[in-house]
Design a protein around this ligand. Structure first.
Ligand code: NAP
Length: 316
């Protein structure tokens, strides 16, 4: 390893494509080594698997000139702490919209049509005869979809839902006239969206405002035939309330790409329920999208180390 290269702390092991993009540009230092202290300063931070990063940690790494995050969600980084130290934070918005929206639709289709239950049954010894009465699901085409967080990803979900002839409602803090015109999406308050939607898809960032956005009261506002999809962040939904909602059938089903905590404890009651489909945070997990995320996040890192503007800098 070339000792003259800038030292960057990262959660390791990194994916091989990231390691090869970084090769010859930086030296990667594991967190435990960086935080143990050394004479050679750390010049940058590369956050790969959502490690918590706050001011106290940054104070132990006084040479840091840039934080580059692999992904768009930066709720694990205390942005005001980085801003107070004049450290730019980079992320990878836009390039993962399509893949994450595809995952929202994958979960929506799988929950509505009970695909995972069907797959288990089709493989089991119990499946001996076709019976038109088993595993009836809920219609998807022509139903009402409520998007909470009509941002970059939310918009892509709406585009896909149009192909299923779905009626689209959305809720944001601000109205977006272009999606209302182009996608025939209707802006409504959250309560109305929850009461009218057959499928509710969460696409908001995790912030102080959205933490616990879907609690018991909100889940009770949904129809008993409706489905909740979360491709945002686990803590946007109150896990205890969701478990009760699914067990007591306040709602029909849930499709979760993210959970709180993540992963759930292996004996968590949610894992025992048939009316929930859970993915291990696969929103952007395609080979093509992850390669683009690697390129942009490494670009952000190298630009920050060189004192140049980042490709995508998070506004605190
Ligand atoms: P974005 O373009 O910033 O969109 C977020 C939307 O949420 C905006 O339209 C925003 O509109 C709305 N919003 C923010 N706070 C709100 C609140 N309190 N109430 C209602 N609406 C609110 O972000 P994005 O790129 O689509 O990404 C969204 C999030 O998805 C990320 O932050 C990340 O956590 C998550 N994500 C998950 C995966 C995965 O693997 N599952 C992958 C990528 C991203 P207003 O400002 O008008 O409220």
């Amino acid at each position: 390893m070339d000792d003259t290269l800038p030292r960057v702390v990262a959660d390791t092991p990194l994916a091989p494509n990231i390691t090869s993009l970084l090769q010859g540009h930086v030296q990667i230092v594991p967190w435990r080594v960086a935080l143990a202290g050394s004479d050679q300063p750390i010049a940058g931070v590369y956050t790969y698997g959502h490690p918590h990063l706050d001011g106290a940690m940054l104070d132990r790494l006084p040479g840091v000139r840039v934080i580059s995050n692999y992904g768009v969600g930066v709720d694990h980084i205390r942005l005001p702490d980085a801003a107070a130290r004049n450290i730019p934070v980079g992320n990878t918005p836009g390039i993962l919209n399509g893949a994450t929206a595809d995952m929202a639709m994958t979960l929506l289709l799988a929950t509505g049509r009970r695909l995972i239950e069907g797959d288990r049954y089709a493989r089991s010894p119990e499946f001996t005869t076709y019976d038109p009465g088993y595993l009836l699901g809920r219609e998807i085409h022509g139903q009402t979809l409520g998007i909470v967080g009509m941002g970059r990803i939310g918009e892509q979900v709406a585009r896909r839902a149009r192909g299923f002839d779905m009626r689209i409602l959305y809720h944001n803090r601000h109205r977006k006239s272009e999606v209302e015109t182009e996608l025939a999406a209707k802006y409504v308050e959250l309560d109305r969206l929850l009461a009218e939607s057959d499928y509710v898809v969460l696409c908001v960032p995790l912030t102080a405002e959205t933490h616990g956005l879907m609690g018991a009261a909100e889940l009770q506002r949904m129809k008993s035939t409706s489905v909740l999809i979360n491709v945002a962040r686990g803590p946007v939904v109150d896990t205890r309330a969701l478990t009760e909602a699914l067990t007591e059938r306040w709602i029909y089903a849930a499709g979760l790409d993210v959970t709180d905590p993540e992963p759930l404890p292996r004996d968590h009651p949610l894992l025992q329920l048939d009316n929930v489909v859970i993915a291990p945070h696969l929103g952007s997990a395609t080979e093509q999208t992850r390669q683009r995320m690697a390129e942009v996040s490494v670009d952000n890192l190298l630009r920050g180390l060189a004192g140049q503007p980042l490709v995508h800098q998070v506004v605190a």
